[in-house]
Design a protein around this ligand. Structure first.
Ligand SMILES: *Cc1c(COP(=O)(O)O)cnc(C)c1O
Length: 368
């Protein structure tokens, strides 16, 4: 049996006709930049996340960067975030001229440790970017409290968590703004790059619309310097088709995660911990275990792909050498980066595949 980490082909086969029709209509219409599809998708995603405004941008990284810029965050400003995330979270902070300030993570959820945030706040701190890692919401109540107390902007990096719910509230709607990525492998992925910001703040929504389009409000009249960072119309059309399936796909991911949890009982593997009152959308199913790298090659030999998210925390990346962090600064993130393994998860996965994966994990540990 061959089992990939994620299987986009089988997902797209199930909706191929609809996608082709949607693309065909864009081609026939002849409007490829900021047409009806992007406009409607912005409305649909805003509605889906219970927010007022959606602003389509070129990718999730730009969603973060343009949002920081829209809030006036830049040179000399500090932004608190997690070192255990995709590089883009911190990169966006640096690209606007700010400094990422890292805080260690919680050992069970892998999200930012909210009890360690306040000690990192200085006179220069302007914002916090919590990341809802692997599809599980960060502890937003505490983050919002801290934000209110210190007058900080909260930008949710929701790139891995579209559809997740925290205490009845949709992820992306809890902070001042929420950022999504439509990278192909995300829970809602397009067929190229794409991203979106959602917010209830009308002024920020307007700034974002200008920033993504060379700072212009009216064609050829530029109010400020901006970027070329638009979500393109064909991707918008594809995403509108796929959005209709998102709820059922996320529900399937949860079922698969639940089944993994059950099957992995009695195997020396730490399964994902869900905090109370949340609906996690399992962008990835990540376990913690010993002899990770050996298990990984063992599974590879059995035709099973796995992934490591993330092998090196951001404070130890060469790109951040000048921030002067050291090994040992964030022990939880460093420990976890050596122990976590992502098992295959995608809505089209069968029970048989899951059984095969877990049997091979069991065999690996019983023979050692
Ligand atoms: C994917 C991702 C991003 C960046 O999104 P792109 O669309 O690839 O630019 C940012 N943050 C996190 C946590 C992500 O998973």
């Amino acid at each position: 049996m061959k089992i990939p980490l994620i299987d986009l082909k089988s997902q797209h086969e199930s909706i191929e006709k609809e996608i082709k029709e949607a693309i065909h209509l864009v081609i026939k219409g002849g409007k490829f930049i900021l047409g009806e599809n992007v406009k409607n998708l912005e409305k649909e995603i805003a509605e889906f996340t219970n927010t007022k405004y959606g602003i389509g941008v070129a990718n999730g990284t730009d969603a973060l960067q343009l949002t920081l810029e829209a809030y006036g965050i830049g040179k000399g400003d500090e932004v608190i975030t997690t070192p255990f995330t995709f590089f883009a979270t911190a990169e966006a902070i640096s690209q606007v001229g700010g400094t990422p300030v890292f805080v260690d993570i919680d050992k069970d959820t892998y999200n930012i440790d909210v009890n360690k945030v306040e000690e990192k706040i200085t006179g220069k701190t302007k914002a916090i970017i919590p990341v809802h890692l692997f599809g599980q919401p960060a502890d937003m109540d505490k983050i919002i409290d801290i934000g209110n107390k210190h007058n900080l902007i909260i930008i949710e990096d929701a790139c891995q968590a579209i559809g997740a719910i925290y205490k009845g509230r949709k992820i992306g709607s809890i902070g001042h703004a929420g950022c999504f990525s439509f990278f192909p492998t995300k829970n809602l992925g397009c067929m190229g790059d794409g991203g979106m910001v959602v917010t209830n703040d009308e002024i920020i929504a307007k700034s974002l619309r200008m920033l993504r389009f060379h700072g212009q409000k009216v064609k050829y009249f530029n109010e400020m310097l901006g970027y070329n960072s638009r979500l393109d119309e064909i991707q918008g059309a594809i995403l509108r088709v796929k959005l209709k399936y998102l709820l059922q796909w996320n529900e399937k991911r949860r079922k698969i995660a639940c089944r993994y949890n059950r099957l992995l009982e009695n195997i020396p593997v730490k399964i994902p911990v869900e905090i109370d009152h949340i609906y996690s959308v399992y962008h990835l199913y990540v376990v913690q275990l010993d002899k990770r790298d050996n298990l990984r090659s063992y599974l590879k030999g059995k035709g099973i792909d796995t992934g490591i998210y993330y092998p090196l925390p951001l404070h130890l990346q060469r790109a951040y050498k000048e921030l002067n962090y050291e090994k040992g600064d964030f022990p939880v993130a460093e420990h976890v980066s050596k122990k976590t393994l992502a098992l295959p998860i995608y809505p089209e996965m069968t029970e048989g595949m899951q059984g095969y994966i877990v049997e091979n994990i069991r065999e690996f540990y019983s023979s050692r």
